[in-house]
Design a protein around this ligand. Structure first.
Ligand code: GAR
Length: 223
């Protein structure tokens, strides 16, 4: 008699609204992602994503950075809580802190992030304004493995959207986020299904090294 593989155990870290966390959680609940979210952690007690997570039936807790003397101590507590639920994957979903090398090394190859730009363009904050200021015709989001190089880890999948003439940062951000909610659950599912890994040589999908990130175009109508 064969039995289905146990779902991948996932921990999610966030700082804000939690819309990406919710998109992944809904994918898990719908059976579209072979994973189970064991824990949602936020670095601030007022993160709206905590209540959103609890409303989705998930265990959620705040670990406020202010309660720790330094980053090392803060990250040690994050790791203690994450490791207690023994996840196979740690998902950064709008976690707005730079993580130190020890934390990143602890989850090497099983730490994903979504960044609101077409990396390697526009690392860091304020990406939507940067795109508008530069007059660029396109923008997007990138799902990537996290390394010690900030916003520089190997990219798996990007969503590309057009920049429209009447865009402001809020409109552009909303368009990009709708795409994040499609591509991030998809990458998590690839990982959960054993189709995706990242090793010293880079990203491997379905047994083949990715020479470049996969890019999906979303036009102004669909977004
Ligand atoms: C997302 O748009 C994500 O790309 C961005 O934060 C937002 C979180 O939204 N992440 C970063 O800027 C990381 N550098 P959410 O809380 O609604 O998922």
């Amino acid at each position: 008699m064969s039995s289905a593989a146990a779902p991948l155990r996932v921990a999610i870290l966030l700082s804000g609204r939690g819309s990406n966390m919710a998109a992944i959680a809904r994918g898990c609940a719908a059976g579209e992602i072979a994973a189970r979210i064991e824990l949602v952690l936020a670095d601030r007690a007022d993160a709206a994503g905590l209540d959103l997570a609890r409303g989705l039936g998930l265990a959620a807790a705040a670990v406020p950075r202010a309660g720790f003397a330094d980053r090392e101590a803060f990250e040690a507590e994050l790791r203690r809580r994450i490791d207690a639920c023994d996840p196979g994957l740690v998902v950064l979903a709008g976690f707005m802190r730079v993580l130190g090398p020890r934390f990143v090394a602890a989850y090497a190859g099983r730490l994903l992030n979504v960044h609101p730009s077409l990396l390697p363009r526009h690392k860091g904050l304020g990406t939507h304004q940067k795109v508008l200021d530069a007059g660029e015709p396109e923008h997007g989001a990138s799902v990537h493995f996290v390394t010690a190089d900030l916003d520089g880890g190997p990219v798996v999948l990007q969503a590309r959207v057009p920049v429209l003439p009447d865009d402001d940062p809020a409109r552009l951000s909303a368009r990009v986020q709708r795409c994040e909610h499609i591509i991030y659950p998809r990458v998590v599912q690839w990982f959960a299904a054993g189709r995706l890994r990242c090793d010293a040589a880079g990203v491997v999908l379905d047994g083949r090294p990715l020479a470049a990130p996969l890019v999906e175009d979303f036009d102004a109508v669909t977004t």
